[in-house]
Ligand binder design. Structure first.
Ligand code: CA
Length: 230
């Protein structure tokens, strides 16, 4: 677990770093806003969490955080600040902070918040399906393709979830009907074809390869773009 500490006060930074290392975390320290804005997104894959001071030289922590989030840095960020006003907290959370700790804080409290933020982040990644350039968030029922947000109606997201859990497999109309609708539904109905049509219209966005293939006489198959099966 790698924690980046963005803090210009050398005493606080080294106190945090020593404490976190004693708990088994790896740490690195960045001491100004400009360097933090540049460095963090480029090492995003190696970072598990960031502790971010708001009052930083060269650039304010809040604007740094907004830039990270705009650049799709999604890891947890806990703001550390002496500014104990509700308005400041709200601004920090709106800028994309995961949590907020007010100085002076106890190390144990900070540690508990770090653990909670890491746990929440981990469980969120279990609720997301990803196949090629399509992401589906099973909690919010929103899909993303190539970074574009796709709103789905209830049957559409059930259908997409079924396809994404079974990529490359041919799913018959009856299988789809049984998963997405209930068993009492008339199997002679063309509702599956109608909804596959709706879903195709939404996820086949221009500039991206089509995803749902009709397999004549058998059903449908979800083919990730550029896969060896296509
Ligand atoms: Ca500071």
């Amino acid at each position: 677990m790698n924690i980046v500490i963005v803090e210009d006060d050398p005493q606080i930074a080294s106190f945090l770093s020593r404490g976190l290392r004693a708990e088994g975390y790896a740490t690195s320290i960045i001491s100004d806003g400009e360097s933090a804005a540049r460095a963090v997104p480029t090492m995003a894959d190696d970072i598990d969490l960031v502790l971010l001071d708001l009052g930083l030289p060269l650039r304010d922590g809040k604007s740094v955080l907004s830039q990270w989030r705009a650049e799709k840095f999604v890891k947890p960020v806990i703001i550390l600040t002496a500014r104990d006003e509700v308005a400041e907290k709200v601004k920090g959370l709106n800028a994309g902070a995961t949590d907020y700790v007010t100085k002076p804080f106890s190390f144990d409290e900070l540690l508990a918040r770090i653990r909670a933020a890491l746990r929440t982040y981990d469980s969120a990644s279990l609720t997301t399906l990803e196949v090629a350039d399509v992401t589906f968030d099973m909690l919010s029922k929103v899909a993303f393709r190539g970074g574009k947000r796709i709103e789905l109606a209830q049957r559409e997201w059930s259908l997409l979830e079924l396809f994404m859990r079974n990529p490359h497999q041919v799913l018959s109309r009856i299988q789809i009907l049984n998963h997405v609708w209930d068993y009492s539904f008339d199997p002679g109905s063309n509702i599956v074809d109608v909804y596959v049509g709706y879903l195709r219209k939404k996820i086949n966005i221009s500039g991206h390869e089509p995803l749902i293939q009709t397999v004549r006489g058998a059903g449908y198959r979800f083919i990730p773009p550029s896969s060896k099966f296509s």
